[in-house]
Design a protein around this ligand. Structure first.
Ligand code: NI
Length: 179
């Protein structure tokens, strides 16, 4: 069990286009995922992308592995390991909602995302994943996969009057937060 250091915004490694995973069901891949789970749990994150711990691979984890004090009222998302993902919007409806990011500690911003998406990819064993989702689940997937294309959520904020410090915007959440 290893909790890895989470890179913060400003680190050039967060801006890369990540490389596809080619070797599934390997010891190295399983170890990396264990470290990512430990790191996400320790930080009470809703998700984590490999580039956030400096690993240049198209691998994200997200979902409710257990109750998350950072998002106590959010609907649950199935715990997922998603590799080499693609995202396709369904329709053109966007929704804006608040997001935070372990690489942007202490801040929240309102971010527009596709309301409905279909996403595909593989799990750690190389088995295909294909889901059609909406709402918070769709938001989490778009946020995490953005890390694989070198995008952090502040790059998608359109209205900077809705971007600020968690402790000011949401004092009740900030009390539960590690970052
Ligand atoms: Ni993030």
């Amino acid at each position: 069990m290893t909790v890895r250091e989470i890179l913060k915004m400003g680190d050039a490694r967060l801006l890369r286009m990540a490389q596809p995973v080619t070797d599934f069901d390997s010891d190295a891949l399983h170890l990396l995922i264990t470290d990512m789970l430990d790191t996400m749990r320790a930080a009470n994150g809703a998700g984590l992308a490999a580039p956030q711990i400096g690993v240049d691979l198209q691998l994200v984890i997200f979902g409710s592995f257990e109750r998350n004090p950072r998002y106590p009222d959010r609907p649950t998302v199935p715990p997922t390991v998603l590799i080499n993902p693609t995202i396709t919007p369904i329709g053109d409806v966007e929704e804006s909602d608040w997001e935070g990011c372990l690489s942007v500690p202490g801040l929240r911003g309102k971010v527009p995302r596709w309301a409905h998406i279909r996403y595909t990819g593989f799990d750690q064993y190389g088995d295909a994943i294909e889901r059609t989702v909406e709402g918070f689940h769709a938001r989490v997937v778009q946020h995490e996969c953005d890390h694989l294309w070198g995008r952090l959520y502040p790059m998608r904020v359109r209205d900077f009057s809705q971007f600020g410090y968690t402790e000011v915007l949401f004092p009740e959440i900030a009390a539960n937060e590690d970052d």
